[in-house]
Design a binder for this molecule. Structure first.
Ligand SMILES: *[C@@H]1O[C@H](CO)[C@@H](O)[C@H](O)[C@H]1NC(C)=O
Ligand SMILES: *[C@@H]1O[C@H](CO)[C@@H](O)[C@H](O)[C@H]1NC(C)=O
Ligand SMILES: *[C@@H]1O[C@H](CO)[C@@H](O)[C@H](O)[C@H]1NC(C)=O
Ligand SMILES: *[C@@H]1O[C@H](CO)[C@@H](O)[C@H](O)[C@H]1NC(C)=O
Ligand SMILES: *[C@@H]1O[C@H](CO)[C@@H](O)[C@H](O)[C@H]1NC(C)=O
Ligand SMILES: *[C@@H]1O[C@H](CO)[C@@H](O)[C@H](O)[C@H]1NC(C)=O
Ligand SMILES: *[C@@H]1O[C@H](CO)[C@@H](O)[C@H](O)[C@H]1NC(C)=O
Length: 254
């Protein structure tokens, strides 16, 4: 009698545990509502002739397999899932990038390469302090490189090559101390290369060919610790290759 009572109590307890874990499970697996709004705003400012983003109408971004949206697989302290990657490369997208993008605060990869996106690079992207890869190459972007991008202290790579970007390279980029790759070739970038950039400790590729730069290559660049390739100055390309620890070779290609 006593045993069966304990048994019944056990069953009730097990059922209650399952039920409550189901409940919290459901609660745990929802995208941050701010980020859902942001994704809608991003889609709204894009033109999507191939209808790649049609499934952005259905359900929850992180749990309903929205094209190109990758999320954290566990919830954070705030109990929400967060968008950590936007992979929308080569989808024939045009239109513009919504400044709302700056509110995807856990984003690590922002990849819109090989589309037909126009307008300028939103300065709000400088708010994405977790960002590691900023890949906007092969679009039709105009305007300036926002100096706010210098706030992206976790950035590993910035690729904005093959656009129509003008203006000069912001000095603030000197703060991108984790960045290894700067691909800025084939734009209309003008002015001088800021000598401050020669302090970048991790720089490996610095591509600036086919722009409208003026002045000289700041001599400080020969002191960069890990630079392998520096490619600049239009038709006359200066390549600087650090071959060994002490051997620096210059090649002038006319
Ligand atoms: C998610 O959607 C893509 C196409 O958008 C599809 O290839 C893939 O199989 C889907 N995955 C799941 C788990 O539904
Ligand atoms: C969760 O994501 C991390 C990286 O973000 C990965 O290392 C881990 O294997 C993932 N776990 C599962 C269960 O998918
Ligand atoms: C891209 O979209 C344009 C219309 O905007 C269309 O003419 C073209 O065929 C599309 N290209 C691809 C590869 O889908
Ligand atoms: C995002 O960036 C803009 C412009 O750079 C700034 O005015 C705004 O305060 C930032 N927002 C947040 C939440 O950091
Ligand atoms: C780099 O960051 C520091 C603070 O970390 C700031 O004082 C400085 O103005 C920044 N430099 C540039 C060129 O933006
Ligand atoms: C960059 O511009 C040059 C000169 O206009 C052109 O020859 C080259 O194909 C362009 N590079 C790419 C990858 O489009
Ligand atoms: C390059 O700069 C010069 C003046 O410095 C300007 O006249 C020319 O239009 C610019 N060309 C491009 C492609 O931006």
């Amino acid at each position: 009698m006593i045993i069966s009572r304990i048994g019944a109590l056990g069953v009730v307890l097990v059922v209650w545990l399952c039920w409550s874990s189901l409940l919290t499970g459901a609660e745990d697996h929802i995208t941050d509502p701010v980020e859902v709004k942001v994704l809608r705003a991003i889609r709204k400012s894009l033109i999507d002739p191939n209808k790649n983003l049609n499934n952005w109408n259905r359900g929850d971004p992180c749990t309903s397999n929205w094209t190109g949206v990758l999320c954290s697989n566990t919830t954070l302290d705030d109990k929400y899932l967060h968008v950590i990657e936007l992979q929308l490369l080569n989808m024939n997208l045009s239109g513009t990038l919504s400044p709302e993008i700056g509110r995807l605060s856990h984003l690590k990869i922002l990849d819109f390469m090989w589309n037909k996106i126009s307008g300028s690079i939103p300065k709000e992207i400088g708010n994405l302090t977790s960002l590691e890869l900023l890949l906007l190459n092969g679009n039709r972007l105009t305007g300036l490189l926002p100096e706010e991008l210098g706030n992206l202290l976790n950035l590993d790579r910035i690729q904005v090559d093959e656009n129509h970007i003008s203006g000069s390279i912001p000095k603030s980029f000197a703060n991108l101390s984790k960045a290894k790759h700067f691909h800025m070739n084939n734009n209309s970038i003008s002015g001088q290369i800021p000598p401050e950039l020669s302090k970048l400790p991790k720089l490996v590729h610095f591509l600036l060919d086919n722009n409208n730069l003026s002045g000289f290559l700041p001599p400080e660049f020969s002191e960069l610790p890990s630079l392998l390739i520096l490619q600049t100055f239009g038709v006359t390309q200066v390549w600087l290759a650090r071959m060994g620890l002490d051997t620096i070779s210059f090649f002038l290609l006319l």
